[in-house]
Design a protein around this ligand. Structure first.
Ligand code: WT7
Length: 683
C-alpha cells in the first residue's frame, strides 16, 4: 500500500553541492514521497513486479532485435513476414524491413472472429446541448466500426484518394474522425489530422506543406454550446494565397463534408461532396491494402512555439507496435476496461491513445466531444460516473483547472470505478499529482505520469502501474527498449542528481521517421545537438533511484545570475501555495542578473490579488527553492495564454514580460483575450 513519507527536504531548499563543472542545469526539486502499487492492483496486472519489469527491460536493451522481433510477432498481424528487424543508418531507421501489414486490419479485422467483435470499440458522448440537456451518446462495436471504416474507405477511393496520397482530416471529436483515420490507413493513404480549433491559415499551411489532395471535414462542430464553422474555415483556407499570390491549396481535388452541427454551408459543385450521400454509392467490402512496414501512416504537425510547423512523419509497423504495447502495459488494459483518454484526435495523444493503441488492443475507447467545464465544471466526472470509466488519461493543465474549480464538482459523482490514472503533456507539479491521487483516485489508483513527444510516437518514460513505485512529479523509468540518458553539453552523462539534456541513445520502433519534405531539418533538430543520440529538447535530472525528472524545455531554462533554473520548478513551487491555481515563469532581460524571473499567476476561485499576496508568494518560492528563484515580478492574471493542447505559450509571455509588442503566430492560442489582459502588472 501507499507509504507516505515526506521528508523535510521536500519543503526546504537544498543546495546542490555535487554539481560537476560541465553540468548546466541545477534542479532544486526534492520530492521524497513514494507510493507503491497496491497488492490488489499488481496481482491482476500485465507486469506485476519490479523484478518482472527489470527482466523484460534488460532483455529489450541487451538484445533489442530479438526483443522487438518477439513483440512484433506476438502483437501484430502480418500479411508478409519481415526480413530484417532494424536497419539503422543514423538518422534514418527502418523497422521490420520487408514485412507487410495493415494498421486498420490490426485494429479491426483482427477482432472480427473473436468475442471482441460485439464489444464497444468506441463509446462516444456528445457535447451537451446549450440548454443543459444530457449529451447524445453512441456506442460502436468493433464489427460496426469495421463496417463503417470499410464503407468510408470505399468513399475515399471513389473520390480519387489513392495509396500514398495525403488527406487532411479537420473534424470535431466525433467517431467519424476515427473512421476517417482508419479508412485512410486501410487504403494506404496518409492522413494529417488538423485540430478543429485551428484557423483557416493553419489548414492552408498544412495542405501546402504536405500537398494534400483531399480535405475531410464537417459542416461544424460544437464547442461550449457554440458552433465552430469548420467547413467555412476550409472554404477560406482554399482561397488563401502565399506572398507571391500563388494558391496554397491547389492540390486539393475533393472536400468530403460530414453533417454534424446542421449549420448552413456552401457546397461547391465538383469539389465538395456530402459524406452521407457518398455512402449510398458504396458497399462494406473493402479488403485492407497490403502496406510495407515502413510505408507512411500519418503526418502530424506540431504546434511548434517558433517558426514553421514541423510535419512529424510516422510509419506503419513500428508506430503501431509502439502504440499497442505502450497502451497495453502503461494503461494495463484489461478486457473489461472503459478507457478514456481525454485528448483530441488532433494531437498525437489522440492518435496513439484514443484510436490506434486502444483499438489494436481490442479495448473500449471513450471519446467526448466537448469541453471539461461545459455546461458545468463537473462534466468529466459526470462521464466517469455514467460509463463507469476505469482508466483515465488526461493533462496536468486540466487537473489544475479542476483543482481551481473546487471539489464540490468532483464530490457530486461516484468515481469509484476508476482504477488507474494517467497524465501527459508537461511536468505535473506534486501538488496536482497529490490532488489527482486523493480526490479523483480515492487514494487507491496508481498514477502513470507519462513522458513522450509527438516525435516519439508513444510513451517513453513512465511508471508500469503494477510494478513501479511512484513519486509525485516524476515520469520515473523508461519503457521497454528505450534508453534515455541525461548528458552535458559535450554529450557526456552527468552524475545522478545533476541536471542536463535528455537524450535517447537507441532508435525505437515508434520514433519519427523524419520531417515531411525536410530531411535536413530533421537531422539538425534531432540528431545534431548530441552526437549519436536523439535530442529531446528537454532538460532533465535523474535522482538516486534513476528516476527521470523533467525540468522543462531546454529553451525555457533561465540563467539568473549564473544559476540555471528550469521554469517548471519555479512554477511548481508557486502552485504549491494554496492560493495559486496556475503559474507560468519566463525570463526578462536584466542588466544585473542576465535574466530576471517574471511569474504570471492565476489565483484559485475566490482569492483576491493584492501586493501582500505578491510578497507572500515571493517568500514562498524563496522558502521552497531558494532566494535565487524568487520571481522579481509577479503578475496576476485571469488566464494564461495556452495552445489548444494546453501548453503555455511562453514565447508570448516573454514578450509581455519584456514589455514588447506581441509578434509572431498566435493562431494556436486558445483564448486570444487573455493576452490583452496580461499587459500590466497592476492588481
Ligand atoms: C513535450 C512534448 C506527448 C504528447 C503530448 C505532448 C512535455 C510531455 C510530459 C511529462 C514532463 C512532459 C515535454 C515534451 N511533456 N509529457 N509527463 N512530464 N514533460 O506532445 O506537444 O510533442 O510535447 O511535452 O517537454 O518534450 P508534444
Amino acid at each position: 500500500m501507499a507509504q507516505k513519507k515526506k521528508s523535510s527536504a521536500s519543503k526546504s531548499p537544498k543546495a546542490n553541492g555535487t554539481a560537476a563543472p560541465s553540468v548546466n542545469i541545477t534542479s532544486y526539486m526534492h520530492e521524497e514521497r513514494v507510493f507503491h502499487p497496491s497488492k490488489d492492483f499488481s496481482k491482476g496486472a500485465h507486469i506485476q513486479s519490479m523484478a518482472e519489469y527489470r527482466k523484460m527491460y534488460n532483455e529489450s536493451i541487451k538484445s533489442p532485435e530479438k526483443f522487438w522481433a518477439k513483440q512484433a510477432k506476438n502483437e501484430l498481424v502480418w500479411l508478409k513476414p519481415w526480413k530484417k528487424v532494424l536497419q539503422w543508418k543514423e538518422p534514418v531507421a527502418k523497422w521490420f524491413v520487408g514485412g507487410q501489414l495493415n494498421v486498420s486490419a490490426n485494429c479491426l479485422d483482427k477482432w472480427l472472429d473473436t468475442p471482441t467483435a460485439n464489444k464497444a470499440a468506441i463509446i462516444w458522448e456528445g457535447e451537451p446541448a446549450g440548454d443543459n440537456k444530457p449529451g447524445e451518446e453512441r456506442v460502436i462495436t468493433y464489427k460496426q466500426l469495421h463496417r463503417d471504416v470499410c464503407r468510408f474507405a470505399n468513399v475515399l477511393k471513389r473520390n480519387g484518394l489513392k495509396k500514398g496520397d495525403r488527406a487532411i482530416i479537420y473534424l470535431p471529436m466525433v467517431p467519424e474522425a476515427a473512421v476517417a483515420m482508419l479508412a485512410c490507413a486501410r487504403i494506404g493513404a496518409v492522413h494529417s489530422v488538423v485540430f478543429g480549433g485551428f484557423s483557416a491559415q493553419s489548414v492552408a499551411d498544412r495542405i501546402f506543406d504536405c500537398q494534400a489532395k483531399m480535405v475531410i471535414t464537417s459542416d461544424g462542430g460544437f464547442r461550449r454550446g457554440m458552433i465552430v464553422q469548420l467547413k467555412k474555415n476550409v472554404d477560406d483556407a482554399l482561397k488563401l494565397k502565399d506572398a507571391e499570390g500563388q494558391s496554397l491549396t491547389k492540390t486539393i481535388e475533393r472536400v468530403i463534408v460530414l453533417k454534424r452541427a446542421g449549420n448552413e454551408v456552401e457546397i461547391e459543385e465538383g469539389r465538395d461532396v456530402w459524406w452521407h450521400r457518398e455512402l449510398h454509392h458504396v458497399d462494406a467490402n473493402c479488403p485492407a491494402e497490403k502496406m510495407d512496414s515502413e510505408s507512411n501512416l500519418f503526418i502530424l504537425y506540431t504546434s511548434g512555439s517558433t517558426g514553421k510547423p514541423k510535419g512529424i512523419l510516422h510509419t506503419t509497423a513500428g508506430y503501431l507496435l509502439t502504440a499497442k504495447m505502450t497502451s497495453k502495459y502503461v494503461f494495463d488494459l484489461r478486457p473489461t476496461d472503459v478507457y478514456w483518454c481525454t485528448a483530441d484526435v488532433g494531437w498525437v495523444t489522440g492518435h496513439s491513445y484514443v484510436v490506434y493503441g486502444p483499438l489494436a488492443n481490442g479495448a473500449t475507447s471513450l471519446m467526448y466531444e466537448g469541453a471539461p467545464n461545459f455546461p458545468e465544471p463537473d462534466r468529466f466526472w459526470r462521464i466517469v460516473d455514467k460509463y463507469g470509466v476505469t482508466v483515465l488519461y488526461t493533462a496536468p493543465t486540466a487537473i489544475r483547472a479542476f483543482m481551481k474549480w473546487g471539489v464540490e464538482w468532483t464530490k457530486k459523482h461516484d468515481l469509484t470505478s476508476l482504477r488507474l490514472l494517467g497524465t501527459v503533456g508537461e511536468p505535473i507539479n506534486p501538488e496536482a499529482w497529490m490532488w489527482y491521487r486523493e480526490v479523483i483516485g480515492g487514494s487507491k489508483c496508481p498514477i502513470v505520469d507519462t513522458w513522450w513527444q509527438t516525435e516519439t510516437g508513444g510513451i517513453m518514460i513512465t511508471p508500469i502501474p503494477g510494478a513501479t513505485p511512484t513519486k509525485p512529479g516524476t515520469a520515473t523509468l523508461p519503457f521497454f527498449g528505450i534508453l534515455p540518458e541525461v548528458v552535458d553539453d559535450n554529450g557526456r552523462p552527468v552524475p545522478k542528481g545533476s541536471g542536463g539534456k535528455l537524450v535517447i541513445r537507441k532508435p525505437w520502433p515508434g520514433m519519427l521517421r523524419g520531417l515531411w519534405g525536410d530531411p535536413q531539418r530533421y537531422k539538425e533538430v534531432y540528431w545534431s545537438e548530441v552526437k549519436g543520440s536523439y535530442f529531446t529538447g528537454d532538460g532533465c535530472r535523474q535522482d538516486k533511484d534513476g528516476y527521470f525528472w523533467i525540468v522543462g524545455r531546454i529553451d525555457d531554462v533561465l540563467n539568473v545570475a549564473g544559476h540555471r533554473i528550469g521554469t517548471a520548478e519555479v512554477e511548481s513551487a508557486l502552485v504549491s501555495n494554496h492560493n495559486v491555481a496556475e503559474a507560468a515563469v519566463v525570463g526578462r532581460p536584466d542588466e544585473l542578473k542576465g535574466q530576471a524571473l517574471v511569474a504570471f499567476v492565476t489565483l484559485k476561485t475566490g482569492v483576491i490579488a493584492s501586493p501582500e499576496l505578491r510578497e507572500q508568494l515571493r517568500a514562498h518560492v524563496g522558502k521552497e527553492i531558494g532566494p535565487v528563484a524568487k520571481p522579481d515580478d509577479i503578475r496576476f492574471a485571469e488566464g494564461l495564454p495556452k495552445t489548444r493542447s494546453g501548453k503555455i505559450m511562453r514565447r508570448l509571455l516573454k514578450q509581455v514580460a519584456a514589455g514588447t509588442e506581441i509578434k509572431g503566430d498566435t493562431t494556436t492560442l486558445e483564448d486570444f483575450n487573455v493576452l490583452s489582459r496580461l499587459g500590466s502588472s497592476d492588481d
